[in-house]
Design a protein around this ligand. Structure first.
Ligand SMILES: Nc1ncnc2c1ncn2[C@@H]1O[C@H](COP(=O)(O)OP(=O)(O)OP(=O)(O)O)[C@@H](O)[C@H]1O
Ligand SMILES: [Mg+2]
Length: 321
């Protein structure tokens, strides 16, 4: 379906648009690329019309920012957020659907669960790609029939929340791997908003650089290098790089160099095939270490290796003294 929308104003992080007659003023979102503006326009339409919305996009691409747009347009006071990747299956079940007292060891009292707590409001379910197949069956029932059954309860009840799902996974790939249910996918497919990766939105790279830099200037070549970078961490990576650089140049002349951004050593998948395995290992390790703000414990968790292993590798590659 084609969508007709007009941009009434677009400066810095302020966007005023008219989508199918709905006039909206958004603050805190930078978007100049046609793809991102269209994603925002769809969020506005779905927010006004759909009872379930799914936002897909790589990590750091702006899913949460888009949810803010949906919330603003939906104009509901109540919002409940649950990160489906952060807990075990059974915990998530009781978190979402509630439980009856005594239904399991820690269930000392009745719990309503997020669907009911989000009454008349939004329920934001982040990282739904992490949900088990069993959990997905229940989620589909909750979306399709608005029906939920608390753990240990005999009867079902009904919710009236507007459900917004988010994932950084490719759900179609997950279906092929039998990790995501096809029926759930088809239920949400028509209301899915895809945020393209930052590397496919050059107009946004330019606008975001300008916005995050504020009154800081860039040294010769820095902006060109930024355009060459492929931004695997998307807007988050760009934002963090500029904030870091601003701190480094704070006592200088407010000029940011490419080096200050600290991204020249980070992963660039296009050049990786030319590397040796050892080069790649060093790049991956350095990338994680820099991204985790030089915190060895956090980086080792991200890499899935013991802290001591990471420490000895950092030494080997002379990344620490
Ligand atoms: N279009 C944008 N304008 C301004 N800031 C943005 C934009 N997109 C993303 N950001 C900023 O980049 C950071 C990452 O965005 P966000 O949290 O929305 O990403 P995400 O897709 O939810 O990431 P994850 O998958 O890791 O949860 C945030 O600080 C957010 O404010
Ligand atoms: Mg997020």
């Amino acid at each position: 379906m084609d969508l007709s929308f007009k941009i009434l104003k677009n400066e810095g992080d302020l966007i005023k648009m008219d989508v199918e007659g709905i006039k909206v003023e958004l603050k805190g979102i930078v978007a100049k690329s046609p793809k991102m503006l269209e994603a925002i326009a769809w969020s506005i339409v779905y927010s006004a019309t759909a009872d379930v919305i799914c936002i897909c996009g790589e990590s750091g691409s702006g899913k949460e920012i888009l949810f803010r747009v949906i919330r603003q347009v939906g104009n509901k006071d109540n919002t409940i957020c649950v990160n489906c990747g952060a807990m075990t299956d059974s915990l998530l079940e009781s978190e979402l659907f509630g439980h009856k007292r005594g239904s399991f060891t820690d269930a000392v009292s009745d719990r309503k669960g997020a669907f009911i707590e989000a009454e008349d409001g939004f329920l934001f379910l982040d990282e739904i790609g992490e949900m088990s197949l069993k959990g997905q069956v229940k989620l589909l029932r909750a979306i399709e029939y608005r029906e939920i059954k608390p753990v240990g309860a005999d009867t079902s009840s009904f919710h009236n929340a507007k459900v917004v799902l988010a994932t950084n996974k490719n759900l179609m790939d997950m279906i092929k791997e039998n990790k995501f249910r096809r029926d759930l996918y088809y239920r949400i497919e028509g209301f899915t908003i895809l945020i393209p990766p930052l590397r496919e939105r050059p107009e946004d790279i330019e606008a975001l650089i300008k916005f995050f830099a504020g009154d800081y200037k860039f040294a010769k070549g820095a902006i060109d290098e930024m355009f060459k970078h492929n931004w695997p961490g998307n807007v988050r990576e760009l934002k963090n790089a500029i904030e870091r650089a601003k701190i480094k140049s704070l006592y200088g002349e407010k000029i940011i160099t490419w080096g200050m951004l600290g991204i020249n050593k980070q992963l660039n998948y296009e050049v990786m095939p030319k590397m040796t395995l050892e080069d790649m290992e060093k790049t991956v390790i350095e990338d994680a270490y820099v991204r985790c703000d030089y915190n060895i414990s956090t980086a080792s968790k991200q890499l899935g290796i013991p802290r001591s292993t990471l420490y000895s590798k950092l030494k080997k590659f002379q990344l620490i003294a």
